[in-house]
Design a protein around this ligand. Structure first.
Ligand SMILES: O=P(O)(O)OC[C@H]1O[C@H](OP(=O)(O)OP(=O)(O)O)[C@H](O)[C@@H]1O
Ligand SMILES: O=C(O)c1cc(=O)[nH]c(=O)[nH]1
Length: 240
């Protein structure tokens, strides 16, 4: 059902995410160590209509920008099917503009036989690269991907994620380092400032909360919503 306050392309994608349980409520430990009352699991887009929904959302987000690029880089593991299917979707949207765009991804462990190395798909040397990934929380995964691209001689020109959790970077005390608390900037904001590139998200936590409220009980319980809003107040970045 269309939602009046968020655009139809977002509400349609949100409805796919919630129906497939790719957005779910519960208690989850994140890569950053935070305990979250919700989780975005892009691994659950494993059937045709679902992978089509997410790749279409990525392709339309990319096509709405004038950004020129040669390669979509999908960080292992969940970025891998995204990069491959979005390349296909883009070529289907506009063969002339995107027919030469390639996909590429890293192996988490380098291969020492056969073709060897840690990159699968297109080489990155001298290429304009866009990272596409499932979710950004503290930005660790994105920074690891940037290191791979720089090491391989690629030029990072943009990043698109399916879900921006709009969280602030972990503080020194959260990382167990003591000292200054630091800024309350978002992981996305920090990457934008540091690299001067566009960083786009198809959905944000604000979109999720607005949509679930508008669907009035179709997804999640009142307690889920309370926990979600408490979590948002606790970890929300100041620059989103
Ligand atoms: O912004 P961050 O704090 O880094 O968290 C988000 C990242 O965490 C997960 O990756 P993970 O390394 O668990 O890899 P996976 O794709 O193998 O699940 C997820 O896929 C994101 O890439
Ligand atoms: O921060 C994470 O580790 C994380 C959050 C989330 O919602 N989904 C995911 O795959 N990882």
């Amino acid at each position: 059902m269309a939602s009046p306050s968020i655009p139809p392309h977002k509400s349609s994608f949100l409805s796919h995410c919630l129906s497939a349980d790719a957005l779910s409520f519960g208690t989850y430990t994140l890569k950053s160590g935070r305990q979250s009352p919700y989780f975005f699991n892009a691994g659950l887009f494993h059937r045709g209509p679902l992978i089509r929904a997410i790749s279409t959302a990525f392709a339309h987000t990319l096509a709405s920008t004038p950004l020129p690029f040669d390669v979509l880089f999908g960080p292992a593991y969940k970025g891998i099917p995204l990069a491959a299917t979005v390349v296909d979707k883009l070529a289907g949207l506009d063969e002339e503009r995107y027919g030469n765009v390639s996909y590429s991804f890293n192996r988490k462990e380098a291969k020492d036989h056969g073709e060897g190395g840690s990159i699968v798909g297109a080489g990155l040397k001298g290429k304009r690269v866009v990272i596409i990934d499932d979710v950004i929380t503290a930005g660790t995964a994105i920074r690891e991907a940037i290191e791979v691209i720089e090491r391989e001689g690629g030029k990072l020109v943009g990043i698109v994620v399916a879900f921006d959790r709009q969280e602030r970077m972990p503080s020194a005390s959260e990382k167990g380092e003591g000292g200054e608390e630091g800024t309350k900037a978002s992981a996305i904001g920090e990457v934008r400032r540091q690299y001067g590139i566009p960083v786009l998200a198809i959905l944000t936590l604000d979109d999720l909360i607005a949509y679930v409220k508008e669907q009035k009980g179709s997804f999640g319980t009142e307690e889920d919503m309370t926990r979600l809003e408490e979590y948002r107040s606790r970890y929300r970045a100041t620059d989103v």
